[in-house]
Design a protein around this ligand. Structure first.
Ligand SMILES: Cc1ncc(COP(=O)(O)O)c(C=O)c1O
Length: 477
């Protein structure tokens, strides 16, 4: 149980004895639930100093509270009684409603954490156990100890050293020619999307999205006022012909797309569609928001370069993240776009949360300058490629007659079609077998129960993957 930092009680010497003012205030706080059963109270000396009263006044108040059963005093500590004389009433601490009207807002459902013992194939997350925490901790320590410590207010666009390192990475790995001025650092791609929404979208603007697709992006774009237009996806990624039909009907402000590994199908947008898409964006003057969340994890041949690398007209807003290459909890992402747009985005960032965490930005910049992040990515690519092979082999062996899928050329998950199988029933039986996966409606724009499921392989080691598939097979309806 932690001690309160200080223990403010408003005392008024004009309104009666201090002893009873103190004891009534503490009893009131216990009744309201502000002080929980078992919580530590400050020692009499400390509380007397905080309140500016004599220690005997506090001791007398504590004696009164003890006699009434509110608190227990031991030789070394004073605590709120574990068994209170009356149950706490609903007070400020537990009030749910507001006195002012609320705007309704419904984000996509969050997947609750799986119960302990459950193996989760949900999400395409990196393996948290393999995050290079020692390297990060050392780099962070150096950043904090640097002569110019990054603990003051800094640049809302993001630390220059980090933006420079990102620019080098984007140039060397992803074929983009961007200056640090054309990059804004964000708290993950999610904040990048939020800022893009603020800077780009006016209420009612049409934004085209992929279906199936990424509900978190849909929610953010909707929150900015966009009217979303879902477009189909096939084995070559977004069906660009459907975009052309949409453009015949109405202008669009933007398209949100995941061309490298379409989320969630993992299809890569084909070369002819890329060219056509960029032509359309130029002609119809809409922004292409390219979410390239896991560029590094491509296993078959060379990764296809981002759309942004062929954009000569300034149509593409490129969004990236370190959530997959390092860890999602760091909340480090970025966007790259023409500087006219990054200036606007920076202005929006400065009024949103002012700036990011410069200490972490510098620490990661150092890892990039020293080639350590690149080494980590190479290692993780080998690890995840092996895990992909294990999952594919196990699923083929145990579930091959029920699931049809293409080998994912990249990414962290497998997208499979369920053949002649009730997914809701299977998912429910899997829950009892303590294995979890995401399926169907979670990715469909209209939340229809489409017969597909997604199995994330990156976060589980081969033993865990084999056990997960064994449980899934045991739970087959
Ligand atoms: C399509 C897509 N975009 C972006 C992200 C990464 O989000 P963030 O950078 O906000 O952690 C994910 C992570 O799951 C994703 O699936």
């Amino acid at each position: 149980m932690t001690r309160p930092w200080t223990f403010p009680i408003a005392l008024d010497p004009r309104t009666g004895a201090l002893v009873s003012q103190i004891s009534r205030a503490i009893a009131g706080d216990i009744r309201r639930g502000r002080l929980q059963p078992g919580a530590s109270l400050p020692g009499s000396r400390t509380l007397a100093a905080t309140l500016g009263v004599h220690r005997n006044t506090v001791l007398a108040a504590y004696r009164e509270l003890e006699a009434e059963g509110w608190i227990e005093t031991g030789s070394r500590s004073t605590r709120v009684a574990a068994d209170l004389p009356s149950a706490p009433v609903r007070g400020v601490a537990s009030r749910r409603g507001t006195a002012f009207p609320l705007e309704p807002f419904a984000p996509p459902p969050n997947s609750p954490l799986p119960p302990k013992g459950t193996i989760s194939l949900g999400g395409g997350f990196p393996d948290g156990r393999l995050v290079p925490t020692d390297l990060l901790a050392r780099a962070l320590r150096r950043a904090l100890k640097a002569k110019v410590a990054p603990l003051d207010y800094g640049d809302p666009q993001g630390d220059l050293r980090f933006r420079t390192a990102l620019g080098v990475m984007l140039g060397e790995m992803r074929g983009l020619a961007v200056e640090p001025s054309e990059i804004v650092v964000t708290a993950g791609s999610q904040q990048a999307l939020d800022l893009i929404g603020r800077a780009l979208i006016r209420p009612g603007d049409v934004v085209a999205v992929e279906d199936p697709g990424y509900p978190r992006a849909w929610a953010t774009l909707r929150a900015a006022g966009a009217k979303l237009a879902p477009l189909p996806v096939d084995g070559e990624g977004l069906v660009v012909e459907a975009l052309e039909i949409l453009l015949d009907q109405s202008p669009i402000r933007a398209l949100y797309t995941t061309p490298h590994h379409q989320y969630p199908t993992m299809a890569t947008l084909s070369a002819p569609r890329r060219m056509r898409l960029l032509d359309l964006a130029r002609k119809h003057r809409f922004a292409v928001i390219e979410d390239d969340y896991d560029f590094e994890f491509h296993y078959e041949g060379r990764p296809v370069l981002p759309l942004a690398s062929s954009d000569t007209a300034g149509c593409v807003i490129y969004v990236g993240t370190l959530s997959k290459v390092l860890a999602p909890g760091l909340r480090l992402g970025f966007l790259a776009a023409p500087s006219a747009f990054t200036e606007t985005i920076t202005a929006h960032r400065s009024v949103t949360d002012y700036m990011g965490n410069q200490a972490f930005e510098r620490a990661v910049a150092e890892l990039m300058e020293d080639g350590l992040l690149q080494r980590h990515v190479r290692k993780m690519r080998r690890v995840y490629e092996e895990r992909r092979a294990v999952l594919v082999e196990e699923v083929g062996k145990r579930l091959g007659t029920r699931l049809a899928f293409d080998l994912p050329t990249g990414g962290m998950s497998l997208w499979a079609k369920a053949e002649g199988l009730s997914l809701p029933r299977w998912a429910e039986r899997c829950r009892k077998e303590e294995v979890l996966f995401h399926w169907g409606a979670a990715f469909d724009f209209h939340r229809r129960p489409i017969p597909f499921l997604r199995l994330g392989f990156a976060a589980l080691n081969p033993t865990e993957l084999r056990e997960a598939v064994r449980r899934m097979a045991a739970a087959l309806p």
